[in-house]
Design a binder for this molecule. Sequence first.
Ligand code: GDP
Ligand code: GDP
Length: 450
Amino acid sequence: MPRARRGGLQQAGDLLAPSGQALATVVIVGRPNVGKSTLFNRILGSRRAIVHPEPGATRDPNEAVVRWAGCEFLLVDTGGWEPKGQGLTALVARSAEDRLAQADLVLLVCEAGAVPSQEEEALARRVQRAGKALIVVANKAEGAGRALDAAGLYRLGPDVIPISALHGLGVPDLLDLVVSRLTARAGVGQAVSRPAVDLKLALVGKPNTGKSSLFNRLVGTERAMVHEKPGTTRDPVPFLARVSNAWVLFTDTAGLRKKAAGLDAVSAARTARAIKEAEVVALVVDASLPLTDQDRRIASQVAEAGRACMVLANKWDLVPGQERPRLLQAIQGELELLKYAPVLAVSALTGQGVRSVIPTALEVKRAWETRIPTAELNRVVGVAQSRHPPPGGRVLYVTQVGVAPPTFVLFSTGRLDSTYLRYLERALREAFGFLGTPMVFKVRPRRRAA
Ligand code: GDP
Ligand code: GDP
């Protein structure tokens, strides 16, 4: 379940990096126009400085998980700092306050060469009093006298670093400093009780079905890219992003970013690994073309792995209107092995249906992890049996022995054939849902007492 968010942002203590460590929060603050957004975008590795965040994105466009030198943190760009402002400005300042309260480390961006304002001094004092780490960023220091330009800012704190966000100068040094300050702080990086990853998701499918396009739609193009030091391998690269209010770990983004990285088409081995590391697998098919054996092969890989799954019928924009009503069912029918999986009509091109992907994936994951009380199971199986008694033995007792996927043991007086097990499976799905999850049945015939 997506957890409650406060002020649009989770507390750092609630988050875990994929490594299982708490995710630290680094908040960028500063007066308007000092270059906060430019710095934010620069850090995200976006070549094109998107100075104004796009509104209406499903994830908060002002935050992203950044990886640098093996350390991951949540980077937050605040919309300006003007505590005395009125109207809109005051609102922005309030949300900046919210975010500041959650920071482990604050990047106070100032203009190099300028004398610190009273507001900046007051803010720096507050940050330090609150026990947060502070780095003063002397931005717009692209001239020859970079270090000198920064000198006036030492009044704000001992860590002052001259950079030019616009030209990228000094930004790697800044990130090195951020990482060293974060790792030096007690508490940050320690395990917390709740897992932060709400969903581990693999997007799989044959080439050209639109996996990369869907990934970009889901996480929001360039801003979502993690920043990594060069030397990226061809191994699956997990990637954490906040989508639809959930932290989603995409298990293989190297595959999804293959075009950008110039890698080969998705290999079977890579698909297998992405599936193994996922909780939910989204099988992406091209709805505008007939399914092929390759689609069915990947479907059987997903089914065999016992993962929860959903089918994304992509390129829905290309499906003629008169074919649409029947097509989803037809796809479900053709992917016989995944008949329990919901099929969603989506278009990475137009964005249609994309908003339902993560909520549906979360629902499917819940089903995968469902545990049904024994009494309810036996009631449903009892009713099903009395409606259609099994030809051979009889189920005496059923109990769920596992989740992910749900696994049941049936104690019976004799063997139960696969047709009958399918009948019981249908009855249990009717009663309890189990959308998108395989169900495993183990029959334990009991000898009659002599
Ligand atoms: P924000 O209001 O703090 O988010 O500031 P912006 O990121 O929107 O930047 C304000 C202006 O400063 C824009 O015109 C940027 O292009 C410019 N700017 C940002 N960083 C630098 C820099 O390092 N050098 C120079 N010369 N200009 C910069
Ligand atoms: P991948 O190989 O599965 O990652 O597929 P891509 O994301 O690279 O997409 C393959 C091609 O299909 C590209 O030319 C995309 O522009 C196109 N494409 C992806 N999604 C859609 C869609 O929803 N509608 C249409 N019309 N084209 C799409």
